[in-house]
Design a protein around this ligand. Sequence first.
Ligand SMILES: [Zn+2]
Length: 266
Amino acid sequence: MPTLMLTELLPGAQTICPICNGRCYPAGDRSGLPRRLRDMKVFSPGRIPLNPCPTCGATDDERLIYLYLLHRTRAFEPTAPPLTILHIEPEPRLYETLQRVSRVSVRSEPSSQLPSLEVDDRSVDIVLCNDILDRVRDEAAALRSIRRVLKTDGLALVQSAVSSTLPATHEDAQLTTDTERSKAFGSALRVRLYGADYAQRLASAGFTVERFRWWRGGRRFGGALRNRYALVRGEVLYVIRPSTGHSPSGHSPSGRIGGEKLSPVP
Ligand SMILES: [Zn+2]
């Protein structure tokens, strides 16, 4: 078991950005989060820069996703085969970082294209689709697209705002104004706020769902107490993989939901 130096737990211990190695502010300040989202215990607030890196601007979400790609996939492994990554409405720092990897072919698409992507079937190793699904009206079409373009052993990271106080996803097509949506979903851009059924919705679309808890990922993810990379405590990363035996027609079994399964990745 790795030892943890007492000094690493003290206030002021260095917190760094894994993308640029610049110094970050310690995590914990959520005062920039709209009150509605704080009250509803939304751990992944979308693209609200709660604690951006002062040097490169990477948000806490970008840091978490980068660390997952670094340690749980072969995206940054020098000797791995070439990879294709589809980045929907990319986060800038993450996108630039991936573009610098010569073995990685990364392309971007706007979120508006997600339900009808012009991308070949089973041609993509990793889809990055963060803070998008809760903004897309046709969620089923969006998930079908992701499933269609992913290789059979591919994966997608699909962070969304998920409220731990909502037993079921809240969506209401009658809310048409920015003010109404902002009040109901925490952002005028959203058309739904996911609840405890988020993983089940993903599984029903034909995916195996892994809920990755970074604080159980050891030192590579900064450690549970130390939180070296200033990640959001309690934020679960949703990793989905095409489940076998699922037909896009929806007549075959849905995917399954796992906890911290560490299965082989692209
Ligand atoms: Zn940085």
